[in-house]
Design a protein around this ligand. Structure first.
Ligand SMILES: CC(C)(COP(=O)(O)OP(=O)(O)OC[C@H]1O[C@@H](n2cnc3c(N)ncnc32)[C@H](O)[C@@H]1OP(=O)(O)O)[C@@H](O)C(=O)NCCC(=O)NCCS
Length: 177
């Protein structure tokens, strides 16, 4: 049973049935999806199937992507957490820390705050040491978050699933427990 964790303003929790509709709105927004895969949006059905896979990952691996909500309002705003970056075999074995938030919540430090809590969960509670983060070269906000989390540039390579260039950042050995 995955935990629920909290940061100052956010709750990171299991996925709920009521998350499907707002998560579909996130994944059908072209601005959100611009730097993900080939940049195409998902359908609402694809977004729902993704939530089912997130929950399966929690059961299979003991880690996964948390649904993120704002504590004060209870509003679901997206996800952060850990996954296995199987789309990029050259960085394996490793867990990948990632994030995707609704556009209406950008620019308030939420992604950095949520990812910081998820990273601490991975290193301190799970004892993970091999943690990477991967973003497309044009995704400046994500690269900034990786730096703020204390990850260090590892390599630039090509995502074989879409042919786009990506930056890989990695948790330095000195930062692991
Ligand atoms: C990436 C994303 C999660 C950022 O969310 P957010 O809550 O606005 O992020 P934060 O406010 O915590 O931090 C963003 C940082 O990047 C900076 N930033 C924003 N746009 C930037 C850009 N184009 N270039 C460089 N830095 C940028 C911000 O100033 C901030 O840094 P600061 O705290 O030093 O000022 C959000 O934009 C998103 O969901 N994007 C679409 C999904 C996505 O691309 N996910 C990642 C796939 S790898």
């Amino acid at each position: 049973m995955p935990p629920e964790i909290e940061s100052e303003r956010l709750r990171l929790r299991r996925w709920l049935p009521e998350d499907h509709a707002p998560f579909a709105r996130i994944c059908t927004d072209p601005e959100v999806m611009r730097h993900i895969g080939d940049g195409s949006v998902r359908t609402a059905d694809e977004a729902s199937r993704a939530i089912e896979r997130f929950e399966e990952d929690w059961a299979r691996r003991g880690f996964g992507l948390f649904a993120v909500e704002v504590k004060e309002s209870g509003t679901f705003i997206g996800f952060t957490g850990l996954s296995a970056p199987e789309f990029l075999p050259e960085v394996l074995p490793a867990a990948e820390i990632g994030w995707r938030l609704a556009r209406s919540s950008w620019g308030r430090g939420y992604a950095s705050e949520a990812a910081g809590a998820a990273l601490a969960f991975g290193t301190e509670d799970l004892g993970l040491t091999e943690i990477v983060s991967i973003c497309q070269t044009a995704n400046g906000a994500s690269m900034r978050i990786m730096e703020k989390l204390g990850l260090a540039f590892d390599r630039r390579t090509t995502d074989p699933t879409c042919g786009r260039q990506v930056e890989v950042y990695r948790l330095p050995k000195s930062a692991a427990p």
